[in-house]
Design a protein around this ligand. Structure first.
Ligand code: PGA
Length: 265
């Protein structure tokens, strides 16, 4: 069966307004728009607004990297989903760097997911085990806890529309960049869908998009996108390099085309 892919570039805390504008310009020149590949750029908060004006919306969508769950009020330093509503389609929530460096709890992540949905922004919920948890055989437990707590307040229809990114923490470049084996990723993606099926039903489990993230680049992306159940990739480091990121998008397009029997989608 043919497939549509979602490719998300998480720029993390990189690129000032000027650098971001240059990168967008280069990406625009090197990436062609394909119906079968949705490309999302997630720059830092400061850059979102100017980039939203510059961006070719036929090719790219915008995502935020985080936001606060209250809509407004005395929360110094925070930006709400309500404020982002007109600018972004997506928001990354619960990235392992936020869980580890900023001590984000399961409850906070649950509230952020609900706030995103309330404000019509699609959450890209990141879940994944650390190296220690993996070695201790706790991967399923961690995935179960991070997933079920985060979608606790959502209706089945709302769950069906979110995006889940499986990112084993030990495979993310900043945390060591280990290489996750395709069969292990496939197993966890299936486990994620099984949990959703158990909580809701098979239709919801099939509709929800599940991405893989962790040291994905233009050389490795093909292997990840060929994994059964994988709907796309969340890319960190390689998304800062226009050649690598456009190579990733091109590979996604090729694979989707192959899967649809060579027809343009
Ligand atoms: P990486 O980051 O591609 O640099 O490993 C992925 C992520 O943190 O989302």
């Amino acid at each position: 069966m043919s497939k549509n892919f979602l490719v998300v570039g998480n720029w993390k805390m990189n690129n000032n307004v000027h650098q971001a504008s240059l990168l967008v310009d280069r990406l625009d020149k090197h990436i062609e728009s394909h119906k079968s590949v949705e490309v999302v750029l997630a720059p830092n908060m400061l850059v979102l607004q100017p980039i939203s004006v510059q961006l070719n919306r036929r090719k790219f969508r915008l995502g935020a990297q985080d936001a606060y769950f209250k809509d407004e009020g005395a929360y110094t330093g925070e930006v709400s989903f309500t404020m982002l509503h007109d600018i972004v389609h997506y928001c990354i929530i619960g990235h392992s760097e936020r869980r580890l460096y900023f001590s984000e709890s399961l409850e906070l992540i649950r509230d952020k997911v609900a706030a995103a949905v309330r404000n019509k922004i699609t959450p890209i919920l990141c879940i994944g085990e650390t190296h220690t948890e993996r070695v201790d055989g706790e991967t399923n437990q961690v995935i179960h806890d991070q997933l079920t707590s985060a979608i606790d307040n959502l209706t089945p229809d709302e769950v069906a529309d979110i995006v889940i990114a499986y990112e084993p923490v030990w495979a993310i470049s900043t945390f060591g960049g280990g290489v996750a084996k395709p069969d292990e990723i496939e197993r966890v993606i299936k486990f994620i869908r099984d949990q959703i099926k158990h909580l809701h039903n098979e239709k919801v489990a099939e509709k929800v998009r599940v991405l893989y993230g962790g040291s994905v680049d233009d050389n490795t992306v093909g292997g990840y996108l060929s994994i059964k159940g994988c709907d796309g990739v969340l890319v960190g480091g390689a998304s800062l390099n226009y050649k690598k990121f456009s190579g990733i998008v091109e590979s996604a397009y090729k694979i989707s085309k192959e899967e649809s029997g060579g027809k343009e989608k």
